[in-house]
Design a protein around this ligand. Sequence first.
Ligand code: MG
Ligand code: MG
Length: 276
Amino acid sequence: MNFLTNLLPTLSFPSALNVKAGRRIELKSDSEIETMRAAARIVATVLKEISEMTAAGMTTADLDDYAEKRIREMGATPSFKGYHGFPASICASVNNEVVHGIPRKRKVIKSGDVVKIDTGAYYEGFHGDSCVTIAVGKVNPQAQRLIEAAEEALYAGINQVKAGNTLMDIAGAIEDSVRANNYSVVEDYTGHGVGRNLHEEPAVFNFRTKQAPNVTLKPGMTLAIEPILNAGSKHTRTLSDRWTVVTLDRSLSAQWEHTVLVTESGYEILTDRTKV
Ligand code: MG
Ligand code: MG
C-alpha cells in the first residue's frame, strides 16, 4: 500500500502528502527488528504462495480469501482490512489498474493479465508490506518487459539502501532506472516507513523532487520501497468506488514492493520470498 495526498482513503502514501515537520522516524531496536522479520516473513510466504497459485479462471476474491486465511493461520491479522475502510486483505490491481484494486467475486483473472497483489500482515505489534506483479498465463512481450523493468526499478532503489545514503539516492536510482527503460514512474503515490504503523515517516519517493524529506538513512530504519511503472503516461485517476486507481490513458501498470531494513553495511530485504 502507498500513501495519498488528498483526503481520499488510500492504502498508499500519496506523494502530495507532505511529511509533517517534527514527526520522527522510528529506529527499530534489535528485538523489534526480530518481530518485523516475523511479520514480513508472513507477507513473503503469502505472496510466494499466491504468485504460484494464481491462474486464469480464478477471481481476485479467491486470492483475497486465500491471503486472509493464510495470514490468520500464521498468527497475524491482515494489515489492510479495515485500513481507512478498505474492505479486503489484499489489493488486487489488474492490467491498467495501478493500485488499491478491491478484490471482487466477479473479477475473473484471464490468461495474459498483469495482476498486482499487495498485502500486509500485522504480527505482535508490527507490520510487513510487500507487492508482487504476476504475469498470468501467456502475457505479451511488452507486458513482460514492463513487469521486469518495474522489478529492476525496485532493486535499483534497494541497492541504494545503506547507512549514510539518503532517501534522494533511492529516489534518483529508481527514476534513472525507469527512464533508462523508457517507462514513466507514477508520482501520485510513494513508499513509506513501516513498523508499528502500516504507514509511517518518512515518505519514500520514487523520483527526484523537492517534496522529498531530506533524510539520511540510519541502521534500524524500516522502509517500504514500492515504485509503480506505467507503460504510458504517469497520470492516474481514482474510480468511483473511491479506491481503485487506474492509469489515465488506460496503459498497463506494474509494481513491486519490499519492506527493507537499513543496516550499517547495506540492507536486509525483510519480505524476501526466496527465504521462505
Ligand atoms: Mg504494499
Ligand atoms: Mg506500502
